[in-house]
Write a protein that binds this ligand. Structure first.
Ligand code: ZN
Ligand code: FE
Ligand code: FE
Ligand code: ZN
Length: 273
């Protein structure tokens, strides 16, 4: 099926846990009928002391200029077939906002995705550290996680919040009803003027559902939070994966539009029927 849509969350092999040449990602986007492909590879591991940087989680700092050059090269080469956007998925680490701001300022992004993959030193979305869930009461974990995500929204550093309920990735469901937490997060995003991303990667994970949960998406709609679309592809065949399901979920939540970015300027675009 051809999808006149965009995929704004796409990684590259430089991050250390994705496969395939960037050209294959772009060609897959063209085959899928996408109008825009945004490369948003993980920002280099800037916040960790050098002895703790993990080459499986992101490129080295020296590689970053090459990543930018690769995106620009794809942008020129495929200009007739698909618009390529330059982005990064940057970790939000509380207390390190100013360092991140300085790094982000160095490049001419089309948009920046802010993601929470760590709570303190724990990479909770990393299958190598699953044991960490045993140290938490699940509701306390969800509350803490959503609070950090809300802080990421309020940091002003990001255009869209990546996989806003990533904490569910391995199927750890909250015991308590999350309505209030969802409404609070949606309102923090709305006040901050930041988008939330509808990310289909959850369908490929143990949780088996899109990020965010339908009820969180409805809360975002009620608060007036715009959305971006992304597959979180880590392989060429994952580009545009399940975007039709994302559109369906958005319609069910009452959305009629999503947003596209160029040079950090937002345009609302009608969703396909
Ligand atoms: Zn990744
Ligand atoms: Fe992520
Ligand atoms: Fe990602
Ligand atoms: Zn992601």
């Amino acid at each position: 099926m051809k999808l006149p849509l965009v995929d704004y969350h796409v990684h590259t092999a430089r991050c250390g846990h994705a496969t395939g040449a960037m050209e294959r990602y772009v060609e897959h986007a063209i085959e899928a009928g996408l109008t825009e492909l945004g490369f948003s590879d993980h920002l280099f591991m800037y916040w960790l002391p050098s002895d703790r940087r993990d080459p499986e989680l992101g490129m080295a700092e020296w590689e970053h200029d090459f990543y930018i050059e690769d995106v620009e090269r794809c942008r020129a080469r495929y200009a007739a077939d698909v618009a390529i956007r330059l982005s990064t998925e940057a970790d939000f680490i509380p207390g390190h906002e100013r360092e991140l701001e300085a790094i982000l300022r160095r490049y001419d992004w089309d948009y920046v995705i802010g993601s929470v993959h760590f709570l303190d030193d724990w990479g909770f979305d990393d299958a190598r550290y699953l044991a960490g869930f045993e140290r938490w009461d699940i509701d306390a974990l969800y509350a803490r996680y959503f609070d950090v995500v809300g802080c990421s929204a309020e940091s002003g550093l990001f255009d869209t919040i990546g996989h806003a309920d990533l904490v569910k990735k391995f199927g750890h469901r909250p015991a308590r009803d999350q309505s209030e937490a969802y409404a609070r997060l949606a309102s923090r995003c709305a006040k901050a003027g930041v988008c939330v991303e509808v990310n289909t990667a959850g369908l490929r994970k143990p949780v088996g559902e899109i990020y965010p949960h339908p009820a969180l998406l409805r809360a975002c709609r009620a608060a007036g939070v715009p959305v971006t679309l992304g597959s979180d592809a880590h392989a060429p065949a994952e580009v545009a994966a399940d975007l039709a399901a994302a559109v369906h979920l958005l319609h069910a939540a009452g959305y009629e539009k999503y947003v596209q970015y160029a040079r950090r300027n937002r345009t609302a675009v009608r969703l396909p029927a």
